[in-house]
Design a protein around this ligand. Sequence first.
Ligand code: C2O
Ligand code: CU
Length: 499
Amino acid sequence: MLCKHLVQDQTHVPLLLDPTKLAPFVDPLPLPPVLRADQGTLVRVDMKETEQRLHRDLPPTRVWTYGGCMPGPTIEAQSGVPMRIEWRNELPSKHFLPIDHRIHGAEKDKPEVRAIVHMHGARVQTASDGYPDDWYVPGQSRLHTYPNQQDAATLWYHDHAMGINRLNIYAGLFGNLILRDAHEQSLGLPSGERDIPLTLSDRLLTEGAQLYYPVSGNSEAPWVSEVFGNAMLVNGALLPYLDVEPRRYRFRVLNAANARFFHLKLAGEPSFQLIGSDQGLLAAPVTKTRVLLAPAERVDLVIDFSSMAGQRVELINDALPIMQFRVGSGRVNDTSSVPAVLRDVPRTPESAATNQRLMTLDEYDDCVAEPMLMLLNGKRWHEPVTEKPVLGSTEIWSLLNLTDDTHPIHLHMVRFQILDRRPFDEGEWLASKTIRYTGPAQPPPPEEAGWKDVAQAWPGMVTRIIVRFDGYVGKYVWHCHLLEHEANEMMRPFEVVAA
Ligand code: C2O
Ligand code: CU
């Protein structure tokens, strides 16, 4: 395992922007336009190239968008009301980011520009799920049907075209879906103008404020295994501010980055309440001062600004501010509330499972003959399906992480719960394929104990999830949501089969 740390090609790296030299908090937080899809009518979204200013003092940046902005429009939907979206590929015929044909799935015989939309977290039939091989080219469109037969949650949509979705998403192809339901609407949570999406991402920006995507210069290991940016964007803006009143706000935070984990807190570390995760409300609010979000994870948090009247409060990732809240000083009467019980989230008992699967997360290091790969179960994407859960059945998947990284593992179509994480002896597994635990099982903390569609599989641990395969028969995918890993084989199909 020697060549894990691959070198980026230093000779072609352009001069990068230094965001610390920019005037902070001069742009208001952009709010993507709202696209109402809660009436059952057909809506149309065009993928297209445009230019967007990420900061007042920067020239516009070339981006690819859904509907003309990055992030794309916030789609508003109502649980139980099906929606139909026509996704039209109106992108140019050439990609403006480098396609690395050495990465599997990016073969030269495929058209350079191809796209397919996946609604992350949605329970849909496979034909509307955005299967990676179902990409289509500029000039074509696809009609996807979303039944919305699921609980209120913050979902998101993004590109999923085989071999290049890390580039398409990096170029700007992502947006939010807010699915509401009557139960949630009855709780009195902050709503309307005080229910705000915060979509986080990071990008490498050149001095001229253009997107730069690195390509490895090492021909023996031609892969940059995670891309991290120098610029943190909130709703597509660099260091924006938001004017708020001294009252409660609900923020739907999404990590839409390729590979970065966001470690968030407010300056001064006042507490806030976590009320939801990937698949909607938690059972009860959890009071925290920090939150960690892996790529593709969502968290709903309520910040009460009433004790911060007149202040400016930064939202901080690691040690650096990424945006600022400007709290007004007027008196307001806040009628919102955060009830002590949000909804019933019954824990799925282990005894409900009729099947157990062991899934390894592996690195394949043979830097001389092959590029490094990340694999699930030692298998590549195009090998035949090996996971065929029965529709309506419940399974426990044990994710054995044999790598040094945390991998955010996502399953399409289903929601699941995290059972526990437990350290195990990797050497013994490699030698004899037996699991010897080296410590006690750790149940998920309350903020991870709700319904999830992404689970952080920590290194050196077996992470167990329990999944009921409710929904539809057909072929779906599960994968690591670090997009560079996903592109280089850390994605596999699974097929839900009829009982
Ligand atoms: Cu966020 Cu396979 O997706
Ligand atoms: Cu990964």
